[in-house]
Design a protein. Structure first.
Length: 280
């Protein structure tokens, strides 16, 4: 029987688990948890994860939560069928994997997560991003990436010259971060950029990110758009389809929507349903 992952394929922490399962060639089922309906706070899910968060993970009688702990478990359970992601046969290498997993969780994630949240999630829900918070975290992330640039000038991957869970754990937030206007933080650091290109082109990673579309954050909600219910729906779907097909530059899309807004082509308020689960 395959293992079960409770969560959403689009959620960053769930994607950390899914990408590890994909790397290891494991069979698994994703059991969707309906955030909009508050399912993650209901007793059935609290029994899986007492913090009312996703992911949760089930393997027979074993129930786990915390994505990094689950990913480690997956790497150990399927170690004969996939890459050696933890290097537990070598004391020094496994220590380096642990070290860079800690760096991801304690340095990288606290800086990158607020940027992603502010730039993508808040506007999608109709809110206004906190630019001060973004700026502070962009600066923090820049300093972390300077350390990465230095590290990657000496080794191909973070823990050494081998791909490990420490690299893979960076996937979910970095994937979404690349759809923010601050992706240039990677462009300006050639070794970090090459490392990300390598990581993001792995087949298991591509399969995981295929279920994490960034075009859903297209910027029709990044300005206080006023729309007529009928016209915006068609317009949003139209741009969404263009996004999907051509993966066009989001700043162009942003400009296009702002232009439409100021040209007064959009004029009544966004229906609240669309803010919750709109096509963009
Ligand atoms: N440290 C946890 C964080 C889990 C987490 O923050 N999950 C988010 C989705 S990515 C969530 O469930 N948020 C809903 C909430 O906190 O109420 C992990 O790595 O699994």
């Amino acid at each position: 029987m395959g293992v079960k992952v409770y969560g959403s394929t689009m959620s960053t922490c769930t994607a950390r688990v899914i990408s590890t399962l994909e790397e290891m060639g494991a069979e698994y089922d994703v059991v969707p948890i309906d955030f909009a309906a508050g399912e993650h706070k209901q007793p059935a899910h609290l029994a899986r994860n007492p913090f009312g968060q996703v992911p949760a993970f089930e393997d027979g009688d074993l129930m786990l939560f915390e994505s990094r702990a689950i990913a480690r478990y997956v790497a150990r359970k399927y170690k004969s069928s996939g890459p050696d992601l933890l290097r537990e046969g070598n004391l020094g290498e496994s220590a380096m994997v642990d070290l860079w997993l800690e760096v991801e969780s304690q340095q990288y994630n606290p800086a990158i997560a607020p940027i992603v949240y502010q730039c993508l999630m808040i506007p999608m829900r109709g809110g206004v991003a906190d630019q001060k918070l973004i700026d502070a975290n962009v600066e923090k992330l820049g300093k972390v990436l300077d350390v990465y640039e230095d590290r990657l000038s000496r080794t191909k991957y973070l823990a050494g010259d081998f791909f490990s869970l420490a690299d893979l754990s960076h996937l979910p937030y970095t994937h979404y971060f690349m759809a923010t206007p601050y992706a240039s933080l990677f462009e300006s650091r050639p070794r970090v950029k090459a490392w990300w290109e390598d990581l993001s082109s792995r087949p298991a990673v591509r399969k995981t990110t295929a279920a994490m579309p960034t075009s859903r954050f297209c910027s029709c909600f990044s300005v206080p758009v006023l729309v007529s219910p009928g016209s915006i729906e068609g317009l949003c779907w139209f741009f969404q389809i263009i996004c999907w097909i051509y993966e066009i530059n989001r700043s162009f899309l942003n400009a296009a929507f702002k232009l439409l807004f100021f040209a007064n082509l959009i004029y009544v308020c966004v229906p609240s349903e669309m803010l919750k689960q709109g096509p963009c």
